[in-house]
Ligand binder design. Sequence first.
Ligand code: ADP
Ligand code: ADP
Length: 238
Amino acid sequence: SKRIDVKDLNVFYGDFLAVQDVNMVIEPRAVTALIGPSGCGKSTFLRTLNRMHEVIPGARVEGHALMDGQDLYGDDVDPVEVRRQVGMVFQRPNPFPTMSIADNVLAGVKLNNKRMSKSDQEALVERALRGANLWEEVKDRLDRPGSSISGGQQQRLCIARAIAVQPQVLLMDEPCSALDPISTLAIEDLIAELKSEYTIVIVTHNMQQAARVSDTTGFFNIAGTGKPGRLIEMDATE
Ligand code: ADP
Ligand code: ADP
């Protein structure tokens, strides 16, 4: 769990300024919620925190994001290592559909470590699935495809895949928007448990959800101003 200091951040797509002049402290062992209208740059901002913007043609970042003091954009920093330390969970649960549940959990780990023993792999699968509150539901069907479980279970599988690589930070981009209310509550409970270990940033459209899960809420700019996304306020959620 690490702290992130965002300093004077601007993000461009070509000439278009999508995120302007964001300064923000993201505290460790806490949940920071980001709220704002569609198109104000929330997803763009999240992507800058694990250098995913670099895979988008034309996207460019100015400014700094310091993770426990180390600039994530430093020349000597390996973007692959940043992505290992800063995991991402998306709006649509995106397990590899034909890959088994167990292999889905291991998918990220195997990018870094191809020579794990079978027993180490099994232990890691169990640990990550327990960490994602999914173990009891899938322990008898680990070899079934990722697509064989419900949407809410698939989202927890994606969280298991993200935490299996032992990141410091978890970014969640509207992780409940595609889920039913019961699955949503399961994810919110899980977020509350995960915050003891990870720095969590969640983008949500739901004020009640922000109030339920977050310690701090960052409000991005108001619709119709015609301006790029700016952080207008940071508030303690309670
Ligand atoms: P939000 O997540 O708040 O809905 P986004 O970060 O997705 O906002 O988008 C912010 C702005 O940047 C929008 O105007 C969007 O159209 C634009 N944008 C997002 N992705 C790209 C891209 N790959 N290329 C060009 N413009 C983009
Ligand atoms: P969301 O609603 O989840 O924020 P969007 O609908 O804004 O997603 O964007 C969906 C995808 O299209 C994203 O990968 C985003 O980067 C891309 N995108 C969004 N706006 C533009 C744009 N103006 N030009 C190119 N790509 C864009």
